[in-house]
Ligand binder design. Structure first.
Ligand code: ZN
Length: 432
């Protein structure tokens, strides 16, 4: 139990979904899998994937381009304008939305911690926007040619379990967009596997993914995504699987099918893998890597201001200027490990000598201070204060579920495991 509660902090931030999850009947899709997997025919697989047709077909998008779903969590002080800007909606479009009098329709007051779901083209055109003002009230903004129509109505949410899979051709987000996987689910998948894969470096063409997640609909339209329930990632031939599990106390986390936590003592990368840092349509976001041997560190090329996070729980032992490093943060982890982050443009709030950070906490922002030709993060992994190549090291890893939880886990995760199997077979069939 003690060990498991450690896992709980991985996804503390998803707590509100756990509540939703435990109170929802997920039978809709599970029922389809009541049959033994080997009796499933290709037809049924088709039927199951067709079930995930719920995302409205892209409407009149700029030809030859694509659009994607963005889901933005509302922060205190946010306005409709600030959120649309975060969704990369163009200023011109924002003006059009504002001209349609969103305040009169309840979009003037946005509740912090709720989310706005938007469909946006790569050119910043807004196609639609959905906001659940409460669990029973939906405000929608739909594009009609060059104008927006806002409607507001009482609804009942229909939960569904969605299955999707895809193959990486150019970038992770390109592939998840292609498979109609919402942004929030794609980022969560990258996060869940971030102890195993450094998506900045390890991603390969023809890598494949499958995701099983919860989503909420109204009249067949997606209004909110929920928890990522299961995921598979095949990276350079290696199969990784993650299953979400909530124990009876409400602690939750992602585990391998064998019941090992996917939380790692160290994240593989100090830069979170997001649409912006993923190399999505712009080469300058790609990591710039030098030969480790000569360099004693790993460089991640990223725009100034990209957030840098602590790879493990730590105490800050240095936050200041140091010769070639420029603005530098040094973190002391469990002995004998420490990490260093150089060339930062600035430090995160509260980061100073002696402060404590948790894995994933923001510590600063990418910059080009010190001896740097362009903006990048210089990252060092040290053992007894000597730089080591973290990619070549066996690092302390997962803690397993205890036996009692293991049987609960096996029972609860079996249906999702079946879905991953099904998606895999479907994928393989699709390659013929
Ligand atoms: Zn460097």
């Amino acid at each position: 139990m003690q060990q498991f509660s450690l896992a709980a902090n991985i996804i503390r931030r998803h707590k509100r979904w756990f509540i939703a999850l435990s109170s929802l009947p997920l039978f809709g899709m599970v029922a389809a899998f009541g049959t033994a997997p080997d009796t499933l025919t290709t037809d049924l697989v088709q039927e199951v994937t067709v079930d995930s047709l719920e995302l409205p077909a892209p409407m009149a998008t700029d030809s030859g381009n694509f659009d994607f779903w963005r889901e933005e969590r509302i922060r205190s002080g946010d306005t409709l304008q600030s959120i649309l800007r975060r969704m990369d909606v163009s200023d011109e479009e924002i003006q059009k939305v504002l001209a349609s009098d969103p305040g009169a329709h309840g979009l003037g007051k946005l509740a912090a911690r709720r989310t706005l779901l938007g469909r946006v083209t790569a050119q910043g055109r807004l196609l639609s926007l959905r906001y659940l003002a409460s669990d029973t009230e939906l405000i929608s903004v739909e594009r009609i040619q060059e104008q927006f129509r806002i409607t507001q109505k009482a609804i009942a949410l229909e939960p569904q379990v969605i299955m999707r899979s895809g193959t990486i051709r150019h970038s992770l987000f390109g592939a998840t967009d292609g498979a109609n996987v919402p942004d929030s689910i794609a980022s969560e998948m990258a996060e869940v596997f971030s102890g195993e894969i450094d998506f900045h470096r390890d991603l390969r063409k023809d890598d494949r993914f499958s995701v099983v997640y919860e989503a909420f609909f109204h009249e067949g339209r997606l209004v909110k995504t929920g928890q990522l329930l299961a995921a598979e990632f095949i990276n350079n031939g290696t199969i990784l699987r993650a299953l979400h599990f909530v124990d009876s106390q409400g602690n939750s986390g992602y585990f391998t099918p064998e019941g090992k936590s996917l939380k790692r003592a160290f994240l593989k990368s100090p830069l979170p893998f997001t649409r912006i840092t993923s190399g999505f349509s712009n080469a300058r976001y790609h990591p710039v890597l030098k030969e480790w041997r000569a360099h004693r560190g790993i460089d991640y090329g990223a725009p100034t201001g990209t957030p840098v996070r602590a790879v493990a729980d730590a105490t800050v032992t240095f936050a200041g200027w140091q010769r070639g490093y420029g603005n530098l943060v040094v973190l002391n982890h469990q002995k004998p490990y420490s990490t260093a982050y150089g060339h930062l443009s600035r430090f995160a709030k509260g980061i100073k000598r002696g402060s404590r950070v948790r894995q994933g906490d923001l510590i600063g922002y990418v910059g080009k201070t010190g001896l740097a030709t362009g903006p990048h993060l210089h990252y060092e992994f040290r053992v007894n204060n000597v730089q080591k190549n973290p990619l070549a090291m066996k690092l302390p890893s997962a803690f397993p579920l205890d036996n009692r939880l293991k049987s609960q886990f096996a029972a609860k995760s079996a249906p999702h495991l079946n879905k991953l199997d099904l998606l895999r077979h479907h994928n393989v069939a699709g390659l013929d």
